[in-house]
Design a protein around this ligand. Structure first.
Ligand code: ATP
Ligand code: MG
Length: 251
């Protein structure tokens, strides 16, 4: 179980200090899927980075199975079983896909490595011996990074917008893979996403805006909220009915 207790993070930006997280409290249980969603710039990736140790909290505590990991380094947290697939993956220059995944999985077994690539919709034959470099497309890199997280038997696996840049066919495979991970292991899965299909996987949905948790709710409730959203402006409705009240529209 992972707990964040009143975690606040302040960063040094171009225009001075910015408080990106404000008193975040969360309890994330084993074998559950959490989806963090909310507006751009709300603080979703910052929560992931605070959990991973990339951002150090100015206040608050982070506990993994009751042990205080608030001031631990990234590599120590990784060793304890926390993994984060970045929103924008870095390019592990010069490493072959086979070596990266073997290292992450702790095995050289070719079948295991092929399965990992298959799970993210990549054909092993085409990728195993390719060196990761600038020739990889954004979607390919994203999928290889996700595979490297899947390879590790993690306590907490965080995927930041796993759907970004991934085609519809691979996306279907990816959602099945996440469901399988959830069925097979006790991993706490955190998905940061704006995608309805990903929201449908959630045991709990965490809505983050302005650096705070604004709501913790069910997938049913959030999907209902989305359906009832009135995103159409009034003047357009009026216009399509032949009305002339455009000047009154204030949206
Ligand atoms: N290193 C930094 N220095 C200053 N401000 C930062 C830094 N990193 C993030 N921020 C700011 O913190 C806020 C939250 O950023 P974060 O990346 O967590 O948002 P997000 O919810 O993941 O957004 P998105 O949906 O666009 O990915 C943003 O306003 C961002 O500009
Ligand atoms: Mg983000």
């Amino acid at each position: 179980m992972l707990q964040l207790i009143n975690v606040s993070v302040t960063l040094e930006g171009d225009r001075g200090k910015v408080q990106v997280l404000k008193e975040i409290s969360l309890t994330l249980e084993n074998k559950k899927i959490y989806v963090i969603t909310g507006p751009n710039g709300g603080g979703k990736s910052s929560i992931a980075k605070a959990i991973m140790g990339i951002y150090q909290p100015a206040a608050g505590q982070i506990l993994l199975d009751g042990a205080d990991i608030t001031h631990m380094e990234i590599h120590e947290r990784a060793r304890l079983g926390i993994g984060y697939a970045f929103q924008q993956p870095s390019r592990f220059k010069g490493i072959k896909v086979r070596d990266l995944l073997s290292w992450a999985a702790g095995t050289d077994n070719p079948t295991d490595i092929c399965d990992l690539l298959y799970d993210v919709g990549l054909c092993a034959q085409d990728y195993l011996d390719r060196e990761i470099n600038a020739s990889f497309s954004g979607g390919e890199l994203k999928r290889i990074e996700i595979a490297s997280i899947l390879a590790r038997n993690l306590k907490v696996a965080i995927f930041d917008e796993p759907e970004a840049g991934i085609d519809l066919w691979s996306f279907q495979k990816l959602t099945e893979t996440i469901e399988n991970l959830n069925e097979k292991y006790d991993t706490t899965i955190v998905l940061i996403s704006h995608q309805e299909r990903i929201l449908q996987l959630a045991d709990q949905v965490i809505l983050v805006a302005n650096g705070r948790i604004s709501e913790i709710t069910s997938r049913e409730k959030i999907l209902e909220d989305i359906e009832s959203l009135d995103t159409d402006c009034r003047c357009r409705k009026n216009c399509s009915r032949g009305g002339r009240a455009v000047a009154e529209c204030n949206r």
